[in-house]
Write a protein that binds this ligand. Structure first.
Ligand code: AMP
Ligand code: MG
Length: 423
């Protein structure tokens, strides 16, 4: 099956009674590609409705550029030395030259370097006229105002040519780029005191379930506090979205319909719970009634097999499984990507790493598993942490990563590389 067919060919199939028929289950990679493709395709077909704003350079980290940023001058604006040493004419060496002066960063040499002449130069200083190379201080011996080296000197060595990094007017950062600390450096270097960014997309969060009660409540034995709304809000913020926690929907059609309707006014709707095969798992039914188009409703992963991804008009929707670990993992794998793309990012790569297993590991092939794990402080080794399954938030809180066991491999030996998704 091609990637493209994987999530669109079968969607919205209904049986003779007009009821939704299960869309096919996808493997992890296909499902992730599907989210990327469908969000990108939707915005390719219509202009983005996100508003834009200007934020200060100090506040722009993590935001997404809404316009290209252009350089206000060449970089470097003049050729510059990349070493402490001597600015010379390459053709004079091997040989010697008399030192006629000095130039340091923050100044320019008033004069020019002639044959058999050298100017002492510091890293970052502009190359004096006439010079075409720099000899490192470690490679020359200085004696009574003369430098000597028996090395050959290549023209251009240890020099950053004018405009070798970027030229005036060039788009050094493009719209859709998510700003990080290195882009902050670049924005500062080109003089961007304010930065044009997309407004953060609004993400509605709806928990479902008769057993779910507020955090301030002392739960009865058959109740659970609504932890998902808060973990999701934290994850939404980290992905660049603006979370809005809506009231909990009880497991009946009216309540679920009313809250989903409200949630559909946002750019993305995240639901937790109510997507398994149980009698009261009605999220998919309600979404379907409200005109949802579904891309998939099951992914071969653990935790989190039942997982609904669809769209109602311009609002994308995830129905995430309600068990806290499943909610957290499925968000990290799929909803994060959707929020980043909806928020204007051009790309949203999964931050997968590799680390060496601390001990032998095996699992039953078929599902890609994402298990809470501890990535050693040196970053080289990974070990699963003991946990009791998808409801065990305490184990998850002790982990700093997920170990990713591919669906088509059964055995790993201690020391083998395995995929890791940092938390
Ligand atoms: P569900 O996916 O609706 O079958 O929910 C599975 C289990 O996840 C439930 O039995 C609850 O224990 C738990 N759960 C569901 N929603 C939440 C929530 N909002 N916060 C914490 N746990 C939840
Ligand atoms: Mg439920």
């Amino acid at each position: 099956m091609s990637d493209n067919a994987a999530c669109s060919e079968y969607r919205n199939q209904r049986n003779r009674n007009g009821r939704l028929v299960a869309v096919p289950a996808l493997h992890f990679k296909e499902a992730h590609a599907c989210v990327q493709r469908e969000v990108a395709r939707h915005f390719a077909s219509k202009p983005r409705t996100l508003s834009t704003e200007a934020v200060s350079l100090e506040d722009c980290d993590g935001r997404v550029l809404s316009e290209d940023v252009r350089a206000d001058r060449d970089s470097p604006p003049v050729p510059r030395s990349t070493r402490d040493g001597f600015a010379v004419r390459a053709a004079d060496f091997p040989g010697r030259a008399s030192v006629i002066g000095e130039v340091r960063a923050g100044s320019a040499f008033n004069g020019s370097v002639g044959a058999a002449q050298a100017v002492e130069i510091m890293t970052g200083a502009p190359l004096p006229m006439g010079a075409d190379a720099v000899i490192m201080v470690e490679h020359a011996s200085l004696d009574s105002g003369w430098i000597t080296t028996d090395r050959t000197v290549a023209p251009g060595q240890f020099i950053n040519r004018r405009a070798s990094e970027y030229t005036q007017g060039e788009a050094v950062l493009e719209a859709g780029h998510r700003i990080d600390f290195s882009s902050v450096a670049l924005l500062a270097a080109v003089g961007s005191r304010t930065v044009p960014v997309f407004s953060r997309p609004r993400v509605a969060i709806v928990s479902t379930g008769d057993e779910v009660v507020g955090v301030e409540t002392v739960p009865l034995d058959y109740q659970v506090r609504n932890s998902n709304a808060y973990s999701l809000a934290a994850q939404v913020r980290r992905a660049g979205g603006r979370p809005a926690i809506l009231p909990v929907a009880t497991d009946d059609l009216e309540s679920t319909r009313a809250v989903i309707r409200r949630g559909l006014q946002s750019q993305l709707l995240l639901l937790s719970g109510g997507v398994s095969a149980g009698k009261y798992d009605i999220v998919e039914t309600v979404l379907s009634e409200l005109g949802a188009e579904f891309y998939f409703d099951r992914v071969w992963i653990q935790p989190g097999q039942p997982l609904v991804f669809g769209r109602v008009a311009d609002t994308f929707v995830f129905g995430l499984p309600g068990n806290p670990a499943s909610t957290i993992v499925t968000f990290a794998l799929f909803a994060r990507t959707a929020i980043e793309l909806i928020g204007g990012q051009v790309e949203s790569p999964l931050p997968l790493l590799h680390a060496h297993l601390s001990a032998d590991f095996r699992h039953k092939p078929g599902l890609t598993r994402f298990l809470p794990a501890w990535l050693s402080t040196d970053g080289w080794h990974i070990a699963p942490v003991t946990w009791q399954g998808s409801s065990d938030i305490a184990a998850l809180a002790r982990a700093n990563a997920f170990l990713v066991a591919d669906h088509d491999r059964e055995i790993w030996n201690a020391g083998d590389l395995i995929k890791v998704l940092p938390k």
